[in-house]
Design a binder for this molecule. Structure first.
Ligand SMILES: *[C@@H]1O[C@H](CO)[C@@H](O)[C@H](O)[C@H]1NC(C)=O
Ligand SMILES: *[C@@H]1O[C@H](CO)[C@@H](O)[C@H](O)[C@H]1NC(C)=O
Length: 507
């Protein structure tokens, strides 16, 4: 071999040795749709740094696209549900959320949410069963000797795989309803006196009555609401491992929690050494737009453009709502790029173009963009913060209302209500964020906070994944709250297994 080739080989090896200690093998338990869009950024970066990345892909998944993923291996396993059922669960659930839930009064809302969570829980459990009960698959995975598992916490299974394959694991995660598993499995503290619980849409500046409300939410999520059907999961995990096992206990073994948020979106609260914020890791500088789109954007002149998207899952809207939106947009002097897949609304103005898909990050980074109308998904919020674009929030489900509540409290957004808004409401919200410099200034302030970090969020995510590989776990970062004596645990369990009570007064 010529010396030239040897040095190339050496360099290739060194690039990995230098940056990370060594190249590792990463197994990924992903979640579809926007979660995949987010985690994919990390996987691409890992692959580029020379790590071997293998994604466990249910054969029915929608966005997990094996074609466009250079350097990422997909281990596809057959599932007991069909592709139609799979997509139905997502689209139907979602339409339920969007169309039905807002109609309900508070208690009905949450009991319906509970019902749907149980369905989702069973659905995830079936997919997990299809993976871990497939002996061929598990044997193959064992033989591959992975160094680490990166799991999306929203659909359990990653922690079970970690136990079966005896490898450390990290979670990538946004939020659980009421922060329950972050508390009981992650050990994080959320003092209800100044940390607004997620789903409450409160901010950190609470009046006495709001604190009471916050406390009620905390109690509700601690004692009534269940994101996962834990009894079923516990039975399933015990059956697979052949010893009594709890879902929460295995989740508590996570070496690191990489949480897809940061202090630009969050209100200050206590953290733990094995929790890192990685919000906005998928944001990049804007790339040039496709020619046609660029021409349309340029045609807006001084007025600029508005970008409108309700996310990767909502493709269709009820006609009446679509018309309300379209007629508001038609009255703007700006041009509008609207990501919309349904029937063209009758009230659509000549200033509005519909697109099945938009390069959202590139559009938000375009100098002509004045405002972003968003459902408040975390990915979109971060792209807007990254580029300093003020928002109009039309939150639909999940943590979106809270994301928008945070943005509103920080002065970077105006919220309108999806179900009750009129054209005039939407129009005046848009005019406010476009014409009142208050919103732009605050969006720019958040943007500066977001950019001013010692390490970019993507580098931080990769650093901690490599860190866990290097140290074969990160148990030294775990708080001893996980090991409270059995008496304390029993006491806590007596209070519905909720260790929240113990943290403030633990021994
Ligand atoms: C992958 O590529 C094949 C052939 O090029 C195509 O038929 C298939 O639809 C692609 N899959 C996805 C998910 O885009
Ligand atoms: C198990 O998974 C493999 C892919 O790794 C697949 O080829 C096989 O059909 C699966 N077996 C069963 C019983 O589903």
């Amino acid at each position: 071999m010529s010396t030239k080739w040897i040095s190339v080989l050496l360099l290739l090896q060194l690039s990995c040795y230098f940056s990370s200690g060594r190249c590792g093998k990463v197994l990924v338990w992903p979640v579809d749709y926007s979660h995949w869009i987010n985690i994919k950024t990390i996987l691409d970066e890992l692959a580029q740094r020379g790590h071997e990345v293998t994604v466990l892909k249910p054969s029915v998944s929608v966005l997990l696209d094996s074609n466009k993923s250079l350097g990422i291996k997909f281990e596809i396993f057959p599932t007991s549900i069909s592709k139609d059922e799979y997509e139905m669960v997502f689209t139907e659930e979602l339409m339920n959320f969007v169309l039905e839930l807002p109609k309900y009064p508070f208690w009905k809302y949450f009991s319906k949410l509970q019902e749907m969570s149980m369905e989702e829980s069973d659905f995830s459990e079936n997919i997990c069963r299809d993976a871990v009960l497939n002996k061929t698959l598990v044997t193959k995975l064992k033989e591959s000797r992975f160094d680490v598992i990166l799991a999306d916490a929203l659909c359990p299974c990653g922690e079970l795989l970690a136990e079966l394959l005896e490898v450390p694991f990290l979670y990538t995660h946004r939020v659980f309803p009421g922060y329950t598993y972050e508390k009981y499995s992650g050990g994080l503290l959320f003092p209800p006196s100044y940390v607004p619980v997620i789903m409450s849409q409160l901010t950190d500046k609470m009046t006495f009555m709001e604190r009471v409300k916050n406390m009620l939410y905390v109690l509700y999520f601690d004692f009534w609401f269940q994101t996962f059907n834990e009894k079923k999961w516990d039975r399933f995990y015990s059956e697979v491992l052949g010893r009594p096992t709890k879902l929460t206990e295995l989740m508590g073994k996570a070496d690191m929690w990489l949480i897809r948020t940061y202090w630009d979106v969050e209100f200050p609260r206590p953290l733990l050494p094995n929790v890192e914020f990685i919000g906005g890791l998928h944001c990049r500088p804007a790339k040039p737009l496709p020619k046609e789109m660029e021409d349309f954007v340029q045609s807006s002149g001084e007025e600029g453009v508005v970008v409108f998207s309700l996310g990767s899952m909502i493709s269709n809207l009820p006609e009446e709502r679509a018309n309300v939106i379209a007629s508001a947009l038609a009255r703007l002097p700006q041009k509008v790029l609207w990501r919309f897949n349904g029937k063209k609304p009758d009230t659509l103005g000549p200033n509005t173009q519909l697109y099945k898909w938009i390069p959202q990050n590139d559009l938000l980074g375009h100098p002509k963009t004045k405002a972003f109308v968003t459902h408040g998904g975390s990915n979109g919020i971060y792209e807007a913060i990254h580029h300093g674009i003020p928002m109009v929030g039309i939150p639909l489900f999940g943590e979106q209302p809270d994301n928008i509540a945070h943005m509103t409290a920080k002065g970077a957004a105006v919220r309108v209500d999806w179900k009750t808004m009129s054209s005039t409401n939407l129009l005046s919200a848009l005019k406010a964020v476009i014409n009142n410099p208050f919103y732009k200034e605050n969006a720019m302030r958040l943007s500066r906070i977001h950019h001013d970090q010692p390490m970019k969020p993507l580098d931080r995510a990769v650093f901690w994944i490599e860190y866990v590989m290097r140290h074969k776990g990160a148990k030294h970062l775990r708080v001893a709250a996980h090991d409270l004596t059995w008496r304390w645990k029993t006491l806590c369990r007596a209070l519905e297994k909720r260790e929240w009570w113990c943290f403030p007064w633990g021994p």
